[in-house]
Design a protein around this ligand. Structure first.
Ligand code: FES
Length: 574
């Protein structure tokens, strides 16, 4: 060990002075022997385990597998907790705290004797918050996802996390399902450890981890309770030690090529719109200037071939047994969609990893010439209603509504929506365009997942199943519909969305990438003179958030966290 290059942790644990005594002595109260501080790699296991983040509640046990691997490879593992964001519980929305959690992660890594990091992630925001924080430190890093729950089961059918909540709730509202039956589905939906087993945000981000090369092969899909998830974690533990010894840092993996691969994979899996925000934010932390236009340009020709809810029929267990993400990437590679040379934490390139990956079930992972949606990806819309962009996920939308002109029915905020949507007197029909304001990053604050606002009960009862909906909000990755999201600038920042009134005509043209409010410039200028920004929050974290958060097209990061900031974190000790 003594001939080895001195690692960062040696600045704490090396030498014979008072400081080294202190750093080692206190650690030894955990029963760590003397030779563990001989200059071997110290691997931080950054854990989002929490019983309030049920999707990550198994991550302490999974971290034990990582530790085995670290020990086997001659490293010293040290597990530490960071802020855990549970999507199902946190109010007002977990997204409000993504940047805060990323700061916790960054400072925990910066301030501690760590040479490399394994990020234990799962539930939606835990993946981007840890990747963002770690990216700002740029140490050797591997992300290990907790894996999806087993398929939901209810009365003989597979039910998907979230997706069936939306569907069943609509059925109850339309009088097609009894409340007792609705409640009986709860336990069947969530019957094992793990994250949502639809292709929602958690599964999307686990797929992004694998596609970016910052996770181990098969990271996307192995179920949480499958023993192979433990094997993956153990191999990650071995591998992170190797990355430290070879000094392979995050920015060497998270290159522009890696992000371009990930965007294409997102199109092929029909991934969550939330990935747009998160990938832009992560990329900008490592100095890759990813933009909305990259999303549109790269995703445009990629068909959605993974037939998973919410866009399709199957669930993550099926996806894993069908061959998982490697099979999808092999298809993309065959069509020339991938940068094969992008390096991964496994030590192999993406091309080497996906070569010959088998597809065991072409119903779940369809061939490219029989896709679920020919134009997958995320379409980026612009126009006077969204000068800085808005997004729509075509694979979750109704084809007949992708080109649509309709009368706006406006909800000033989410409370106004709830108060108004089921009013029998509301002047709305299937051709109307539902517009929701003040749910963006600053307006909510935190950018609520309410963009897929449920349709009015009276229209559901008539059999209407989809309508055009437009907002500055986000949408749960488990949801579906012809839903235009992330309008930028948002209403609370004075975007044109703030000026829309009931009865205005709106033009949506997804093929032409247009979103227009058909109101004259003079009239809009007059309305703007009457517009007043919402009152800012009274102190606390929310006021910092509202003051410093960037708009959706820039990934909703804090302005002061963007860009490479790892210069003050030397990886070697002299
Ligand atoms: Fe945690 Fe869906 S609520 S992954």
């Amino acid at each position: 060990m003594s001939e080895r290059r001195k690692l960062r942790s040696t600045a704490w644990f090396g030498g014979e002075g008072k400081n080294a005594f202190m750093h080692r002595s206190w650690m030894k109260n955990q029963g760590i022997p003397d030779d563990a501080f001989d200059g071997r790699p110290v691997i931080g296991i950054c854990n989002t385990w929490s019983e309030l983040t049920p999707c990550n509640a198994h991550l302490r046990a999974l971290a034990d597998h990582v530790k085995r691997g670290v020990y086997e490879a001659g490293g010293l593992p040290v597990e530490f907790p960071v802020t855990s964001l549970g999507e199902s519980n946190m109010r007002p929305t977990a997204m409000l705290f993504r940047n805060l959690a990323s700061m916790d992660v960054e400072e925990s890594i910066r301030g501690n004797p760590i040479d490399g990091v394994v990020l234990m992630v799962g539930c939606d925001k835990t993946t981007p918050s840890l990747l963002m924080g770690a990216a700002s430190c740029n140490l050797p890093t591997i992300a290990v996802s907790g894996g999806p729950m087993l398929n939901g089961k209810f009365r003989g059918q597979d039910i998907g996390s979230g997706t069936h909540v939306w569907k069943f709730a609509e059925d109850v509202k339309a009088g097609r399902m009894k409340v007792e039956d609705f409640l009986a589905a709860e336990q069947g939906q969530s019957r094992s450890a793990g994250s949502c087993m639809t292709m929602g945000t958690a599964s999307t981000m686990a797929s992004m981890v694998e596609a970016l090369g910052i996770g181990m092969p098969d990271n996307a899909a192995i179920p949480a309770v499958d023993s192979r998830r433990g094997v993956l974690a153990q191999l990650a533990g071995r591998q992170i030690v190797d990355l430290v010894l070879r000094d392979v840092t995050m920015s060497q993996i998270l290159t522009r090529q890696a992000f371009e691969n990930a965007i294409r994979v997102n199109g092929a899996i029909g991934g969550s719109t939330n990935a747009v925000l998160h990938l832009i934010a992560i990329a900008r932390r490592v100095g890759v200037d990813l933009s909305l236009d990259d999303w549109d340009r790269l995703g445009r020709d990629v068909p959605t071939i993974v037939d998973l809810m919410p866009s399709g029929r199957f669930l993550m267990e099926d996806f894993y047994y069908a061959g998982g993400l490697a099979a999808v990437m092999a298809s993309l590679d065959g069509a020339g969609f991938l940068h094969r040379d992008a390096m991964t934490v496994s030590g192999k390139t993406i091309g080497e990893l996906v070569d010959g990956a088998p597809n065991y079930n072409p119903e779940v992972i369809r061939p490219l010439d029989r896709p679920l949606t020919r134009e997958g990806g995320i379409s980026v819309l612009r126009g006077n209603l969204a000068p800085d962009g808005a997004v729509i996920k075509p694979s979750a939308a109704t084809p007949a509504l992708m080109q649509h002109r309709g009368r706006a029915v406006v909800f000033e905020n989410i409370e106004h929506y709830y108060a108004r949507v089921d009013d029998p007197e509301l002047d709305i029909d299937a051709s109307s365009v539902m517009v929701l304001k003040n749910c963006g990053p600053r307006g909510y604050p935190g950018m609520a997942e309410v963009g897929n606002m449920p349709l009015p009960a009276k229209l559901l009862k008539q059999g209407v199943s989809d309508m055009v909906r437009i907002s500055d909000a986000r949408m749960s990755g488990t949801a579906y519909g012809t839903v235009v999201l992330h309008v930028a600038p948002e209403a609370a920042a004075g975007g044109a969305l703030a000026l829309v009134r009931d009865g205005d005509l709106i033009d949506l043209d997804v093929a032409g990438r247009r979103l227009e409010l058909l109101v004259s410039e003079e009239e809009l200028a007059a309305r703007r003179r009457d517009w007043r920004p919402p009152a800012p929050p009274e102190g606390g974290y929310q006021s910092l958030y509202v003051e410093r958060v960037l708009q959706a097209d820039q990934g909703c990061d804090f302005d002061f966290l963007v860009g490479r900031r790892d210069a003050g974190i030397p990886r070697h000790s002299h």
